[in-house]
Ligand binder design. Sequence first.
Ligand code: ARG
Ligand code: ZN
Length: 891
Amino acid sequence: MREGQTAVTRRLDYAPPAFWIDTVDLSIDLDPAKTRVLSKLTVRRNPDVPAQPLKLDGDELNLARVLLDGAGCSFRMEGEQLVLENLPEGDAPFALEIFTTCSPEKNSKLMGLFMSGGDFFTQCESEGFRRITYFLDRPDVMATYTVTLRADKQRWPVLLSNGNLVDAGELEGGRHYATWHDPHKKPCYLFAVVAGKLVAREQRITTRSGNNHLLQVWVRPGDLDQTEHAMNSLVHAILWDEWRFGLKLDLERFMVVATSDFNFGAMENKGLNIFNSKYVLAKPATATDADFEAIEGVIGHEYFHNWTGDRVTCRDWFQLSLKEGLTVFRDQSFSMDMAGTASARAVKRIGDVITLRTVQFAEDAGPMAHPVRPDEYLEITNFYTTTIYEKGAEVVRMVETLLGREGFRRGLDLYFQRHDGHAVTCDDFIQTMADATPGSALAERLPQFKLWYSQAGTPVVRAQGHYDAAAQTYTLQLSQSCPPTAGQPAKQPMLIPLRLGLVGLDGRDLPLTLQGGALLHGDVVVLHEPAATLVFSGVTQEPVPSLLRGFSAPVKLQMEATPEQLMHRLAHDSDPFNRWEAGQQLALRVALAQLAAGGEVAPAPLSDAHLAALRAVLRDAALDAAFKALALGLPGESYIADQLPGNVDPQRIHAVREAMRRQLAHALRADWQWAWEHNHDTGAYTPDPVSSGRRALAGLALAMLCLAADGDAVWPGKAYQRVKDAGNMTDRENALQALLGCGHPLAARALEGFYARFSHEALVVDKWFALQARAPDVAGSALPAVLALMQHPDFTLKNPNRARSLLFGFCSGNPAGFHRLDGAGYTFWAGQVLALDAINPQVAARLARTMDAWARLAEPWRGAAREAIARVAAQPKLSNDVREVVTRALA
Ligand code: ARG
Ligand code: ZN
C-alpha cells in the first residue's frame, strides 16, 4: 500500500487464492545498495476458483524482467502489484521467473531485507516478503523453498537461510555462495535470510525419541560469551515440548540469530529464528533477572511456534491469535514449569496478569479495542497487540480450564492430526478442541465460548454473597456484562470459568458443596447466563469468598469486600494469586478513595491495620521473597486510572500513589531494613527464581529505605556504593533506580559512572536511557532531561531499541513527567511520532498508541492531548500504520 492510499481489509472478504505456488527457487546476490533477486516459481491455477489474472504483491521493488515458461511475456502494474493476464489455461503448472532489485541499506523500516551493523537480515511477517520479490504474500500460499545466497566472502562469511545447507562454495571476485533447501512447505512470512560476520555457539542434542539435532545460536564475534542462557533455554524448550505435548523438533538443524536492529522481540522463521539481541544476549554483568526470564520466555515462544505457527499456520492475518494466543499460552506454561515450585509458578502467573490488566485491559477499553479475531484492519502490523497475544493466551487457558489438562492434550493431538501442514482458522482450532472432548464444558456450549473470539471489551463479573447461619448456606449471586466497544454496541453473555473457594475463619478452605449442581474439577463454576445464583450448603461458618482464583478468566471482578475480609485473604488465601490480589484490592481501594475525596492528598492514607497486614506478609517466614516483593508492590498508575470512570487527573493519581509509597517506606522502615539484611547478598549469580526473588525484594527494600532517608545519607550512600560495586546488573540497576527514585544528588554521579562503565554495551546503554526517561519529574525536570538525552551522541531514532528506551520510557513509563499541565509532553510526543514515521512506521505507530487513553483525561490534559493527536492526523504524508492509530483515537 502506498502512502496516501487507504484501504481497509475485512475478514469476511477472505477468498482463497486464484493460484498456488508450489516451489520457489530464489537466487539472491547480496549487496547493500542493490541486491539482485531472481525468483523462479512453479505456479498453477487453483481449480476451485474462477479464472482470473495473477496479481503478485510488491513493495518498493525495482522490476527488471519477467519470463513465463522461459519466454518474455506481457504484464502490467496495478499500484504496487504485478499483474499477469495471459497465462496458460488449465491446471497444469507453469514457470515464472521474476528478476528484481532492492536496496537493503535504504530500508529503515526493517521489513523485508535490511542491514544491521553491516550484516543482512530479513523480517517477512506479516507482509515483508513482498519487499524482497513479487509474490502471493499471504499465509495460505505454502511452497517449498530452495535459496542460493551469494555475497562477498570477507564481508559476509556466513550465509544462512531456512532448512538444510545443501551446497556451498567459492565464486569469482572474492565472492562465495550457499544453497539452502527447506523440506517443509511454508508461507512466505516464514522465509528468512541472514548474511554476516557471525559466530555460533553450537550444541548437539539427542531428544528422548532418540533424534539428533544441531543447535546454533549466531551472534556477532564479541558476543559469544552471552549466549549460554539462550542455548540452555532452547534445549529446555525442545525437551519440554516433547515431554508436555509430544511435539518433536522436525529439523536436523535449528538456528537462532541475534540482531540489534529489530522492530519486535523475535521471529519464528522456519529453522532460522531471528531475534532482537535483547532476547538472546545475557551475562550477569549486563543482563537483569528480568532479562534472563524474558530470554527463556521468548526463546521458548519462537521455538514453540515451530508447531503452533509453522506446521499449522494461519489462513489469513485475522487468524493471527490462532498461532500467537496459543503460542503465548505455551510459552507461559513452559516458563511456569521451568520455575518449579508452586510459589514460583504463582509469581510467574501474577506477572503475566499484571501485564494483561495494565496493557490489554486498557487496550480493550480504548480506541484500538478489537476482538481476539479482528474484523478489519488498515495495517495488519497494528494488530500485533496484547489482545491478540495475551488475551488470546487467556482464551486458550480457559479452554484448558474447561477441558482439564488431559482433555486439552487430546484436543491438541487432534488439532495436529487434522491440520498439520495447513493454513487454518481460529474456528478450526476451537472446533477441534471441542470435537476431541465430547461432553466437555466447552463442547456443550461451543457457540457461546466462541464469543471470546468475536466480542471485544473486558467482561465485568459482579458478585454478591450472603451467609445464612441458620440454614448453613452461602449464596453467591453472579451477573455479567460487557461494555460496548467500537462497532459493537451490545454484547451477549460469555462463557466464564470462575475458579473459587470459601475461606474459613482459620484461613483454611471450607468444603464446597453446590446445591443442585457440580463444580468442574471441584472448584470451577461455569457462568454462562447473564445472571446466576449459586447456593453452597453445609457451610458451618461465615466464609470469606475467594473468586476468580488463578485469574481463571480475563474479566474484571466486582465484589464488595470489607478491609477485614481482604486482609484475611491477604493473610491466608490458599490460592497465591488471590492472596496477592487481595493486597492489590486493599491498596486500590485506598487510592480510589483518595481520588474521589478531592482536596489535599492525604499524606498517610494507609490504615494501621493495612500496614500491619503488609508487615506480616513481609515478615512471613513461609513466603518466598519473590512473592513478598509482588505483594508489597502498589498497583501501577495506569491500572489505577483504568478503574476510574473518566476524568483522569494523572498528576493526582501520581501524587496519591506517591503518598502511599512514602508512607509504606516510613512506616515499615525497620521491616525494610530487616528484609534488606536478609536478602541483599545472593552470592554467585544465578538467574533461578529463588535468588532472583531475593534480589527483587532487596531492591524494593533499598528503594524504600532511600525514600525514607529524609536527608540522612546512610541509605543513599549504600545505594551509591552498590551501583559502583554490585556483582550483577540486577543489583546494580535496582540500586541506581533507588537513588534516582528518591531524587538524591548522588544519582547524577552514579549515572555517570554507570555510563562510563557500560558505554560499549548497547543493551546496557538502552537501560541507561530508560532509567533516566522514567526518573521522577522534580519540578518539571523530566521533559528537559529527555530533550537533552536526545542530543546524546548515543541516541538515535533509527535503532528501535534505543528509540523505545527513551521515548516509550518517557511517554508511557513516566506519567507524571509526561502529562504536564502545559501540554509540552504531548507536543513532544507528536513531534517524535512524526519524526519516527518518516523512518520506521511500525515503531512510530507503537509510540502513537501511548496516547490511547487521552479521551478519559480531565481538562486541561484532554484538550491538549486532542490537539496533539489532531496535529499528527493532519499530516498529509502519514503511513497507514500511524494513520490508523490516530484516526481511531479521534473517532
Ligand atoms: N511472530 C512474531 C512473534 O510473535 C512477531 C512478528 C511481529 N510482526 C509484526 N509485523 N508485527 O514471535
Ligand atoms: Zn509469536
